[in-house]
Write a protein that binds this ligand. Sequence first.
Ligand code: GLU
Length: 486
Amino acid sequence: MQQRLRDIPSPWPENRCGELLHSYERLDRTKQSEFMTLHQIDEKLEPIIADVLRRNPGEPEFHQAVYEVLESLGRVIAKHPDYADNALIERICEPERQIIFRVPWIDDAGKVQINRGFRVQFNSALGPYKGGIRFHPSVNVGIIKFLGFEQTFKNALTGMPIGGGKGGSDFNPRDRSDREIMRFCQSFMTELHRHIGEYVDVPAGDIGVGGREIGYMFGQFKRLTNRYEAGVLTGKGLSFGGSRARKEATGFGAVYFVERMLGRRKTGFEGKRAVVSGSGNVAVYTMEKIRAFGGKVLACSDSNGYVVDEGGIDLDLVKEIKEVRRQRIEEYARLKRNGVRYVENGSIWDVPCDVAMPSATQNELTGRDAGTLVRNGVIAVGEGANMPSTPDAVRIFQEAGVLFAPGKAANAGGVATSALEMQQNASRDSWTFEQTEERLAGIMHDIHDSCAETAEEYGAPENYVLGANITGFVRVAEAMRALGVI
Ligand code: GLU
């Protein structure tokens, strides 16, 4: 009988997959092969992972993202060994270009501040590099590389002609004035503008970067280049070339994906209890669409704590607190006392629900959380954020038969609508909300169906992780093969 992964005692602490991989090098040979067998890594792929670990020290999130994809590729290599030729997989794991730069700026007190800026141009086989910019104090090169790597497969899944990239800075926008944000964005773009362009690399928003920041960055790009090149950035405001439904797209898209996934089990959001972590752009529009599909959202959160509202989260209030007042979610409980509970520092995944949608950040849902959700009867999990579930958590969901939609498929609606924004900019057109949302819904259904079909083709029905990784990989790999060794 096949041993189940979670029954095998792990010598490594939970939720430390990245560090675990990092310590792989230090294991003796027997332990190394035990590791690869335990994690079902194909022997052809083993040296590739080992190489990624060796050549990218101190980047646990990047190791984790690579490991999660390569874990799925054993079946492809077994069926099509030629995909391992010409160091194709090694090339996919190596960014085409990495740019790291100084971002000096002056705060409101007149003091000079320094941050570090990044743009990792990961893969341009399918089109210009495309992916967001993240402003968060945790940002470092390993995090941007993990995001750029994920983005490459996610963008391939959309079926649109876009490559993968990601950028950001360790700048912390919290408690910064509007003028400080503007000065920072202008300084960031003063360097970044040399590396981007409508046919080169098209950044957008991510954590800490929304319409306001994109506006300041676009203003500075236009000033430096003297070109109104609308297609150089996406997520723009509607007054200067943005697309309707872009702001809503990631959250709406994730819900379309999960609704379709539930549909295969002859159910849907109607009457379901949902928990959505986060309270940023992705979380807000995830909650809005769940409600539109007849579900009830019981809880949401920020990095300090979570609120539970048994009557269903009041979205207008969340939007007011987060988008207008720019305050903490704790304020929700203060303003709306009845039936509301605020829990500081706890795990939002302790709240029993039918559908969980992690929409905050990477590794926010651990094996322990997954165990709690399973015990509480969760039936589906849809990742609105990038890599929010740890590998342990993913395994627990899969073994428990919980439908699990990985971020690179479920949250692809944001970048897909960015590609629609690029189309509108290129044709100097502007579509209605309905027209754009209809395209988004169609794209999400297509992504769902291709992941589901691939999973079946490879003998693992309902394994959306495998389906997404293989579909994304094959699309990038086909293009790379056609382009020669570049
Ligand atoms: N940051 C988003 C993501 O993770 C959107 C990227 C984009 O629109 O380019 O996919």
